[in-house]
Ligand binder design. Structure first.
Ligand code: KG4
Ligand code: ZN
Length: 339
């Protein structure tokens, strides 16, 4: 079965064709980064407008690169939650109209579950595994037992980790997207240049939770307090110290979850999973079976949507024309913890 997957929840306008949930036949991602860069962040109204302009062409290209006509598709999948409301709507409305005009089944999928399907694309990642989903909008440590069986162990109590990268980069005028720029600068800096506080909320039900608003404030407003005067105040040093603090916090919670659950296989996904420091530390942890989907499947893309859509369609799930976009995540079952 060949499924078309459409993704428009944020600033990537993407479409892909995937066969039987795993074989990526085509994967087209049109990024809007240049249009948001001058605002140092995603502007929802611009995102929606660009999706409207591009979606037709992006889908046409995904089909052309797959060497297929639309009526050869077996179904259409689209991200319907969570994300920016207006951006999601473009994909959802397009998918509905497209599937209806072809008389094909279609299905709305959850973006986070789609990220957790990414490690199955062109690969086989046996369940169970722990997922570390880290991006501009989400920060989740989850236990994954199957393509739609996910228990949230930990999350952020305030900002998402990518958001903290983006805000710090914006404040210091480092460039956009913040995470990518900080990653690049950090490679030339020394993380000992600042010593940021480590949030203490790892007790009880917050055992796997993280918090980024304190670190963000420390890095932006209280930098004099935490700077080590032995180091010059360069962008590179700031980036290295901030990056280390932000990523070490994630790793601390992740390692607790690994210890408590006994699950050693860990899959990272979302934009922040591209971070080179995160990757090198995870790969160096010998007790972990750390897996990183290729970068093209880590960020937002249509292939993960098509893959998850296949799994749902294959077991008989269908959406109908009343499908709506819902910007908020339907409440994830929050586990009692890994124990
Ligand atoms: O998954 P994604 O493309 O979009 C969503 O937010 O859903 O993730 C984008 C986020 C941004 O916050 C960006 O700054 C961050 O991922 N990011 C990074 C890196 N590349 C992108 N953060 C840290 N290191 C990177 N190399
Ligand atoms: Zn995402």
């Amino acid at each position: 079965m060949r499924i078309l997957g459409i993704e428009s929840s944020c600033d990537e306008c993407a479409a892909a064709v995937v066969e039987d949930g795993r074989r990526v036949v085509s994967n087209v991602v049109a990024t809007q980064i240049p249009f948001h860069a001058k605002y140092d962040g995603v502007v929802p109204e611009i995102a929606s407008r660009k999706h409207v302009e591009w979606i037709d062409g992006v889908v046409a290209r995904a089909l052309a690169e797959a060497g297929m006509a639309a009526d050869e598709l077996d179904g259409v999948a689209v991200t319907s939650t969570p994300g920016l409301a207006g951006a999601l709507l473009v994909g959802v409305q397009f998918a509905k109209a497209f599937a209806w005009s072809l008389g094909k089944p279609f299905i709305g999928v959850n973006h986070m579950l789609a990220h957790l399907w990414a490690p199955q694309l062109e690969a086989d990642t046996p369940y169970p595994f722990l997922g570390l989903l880290v991006s501009g909008g989400h920060t989740l440590i989850v236990r994954v037992e199957g393509f739609d069986s996910v228990e949230v162990l930990g999350t952020t109590i305030d900002d998402a980790v990518g958001e903290a990268f983006d805000k710090v980069a914006k404040h210091y005028g480092l460039g956009y997207p913040g995470g990518l720029v900080i990653d690049r600068l950090a490679r030339k800096g020394d993380p000992r240049a600042a010593r940021f506080p480590f949030p203490k909320l790892d007790k009880g039900e917050h055992r796997y939770d993280v918090s980024y608003s304190g670190l963000k404030t420390a890095a932006i407003r209280q930098i004099d307090l935490f700077w080590n005067p032995e180091y010059p105040r360069t962008d590179e040093n700031l980036a290295a110290a901030f990056e280390k603090a932000a990523i070490d916090l994630l790793l601390d919670r992740l390692m607790k979850a690994v210890e408590d659950t006994g699950i050693r296989r860990v899959v990272a996904g979302g934009g922040v999973a591209a971070n080179s420091y995160l990757r090198s530390v995870m790969a160096a942890h010998r007790e972990l079976d750390a897996r990183f989907p290729p970068l093209s499947y880590c960020g937002d893309n249509g292939a993960m949507v098509a893959g998850l859509g296949y799994m749902m369609l294959a077991r008989g799930d269908r959406s109908d024309l009343s499908l709506n976009a819902s910007p908020r995540v339907p409440i994830y079952r929050r586990g009692k913890g890994g124990r």
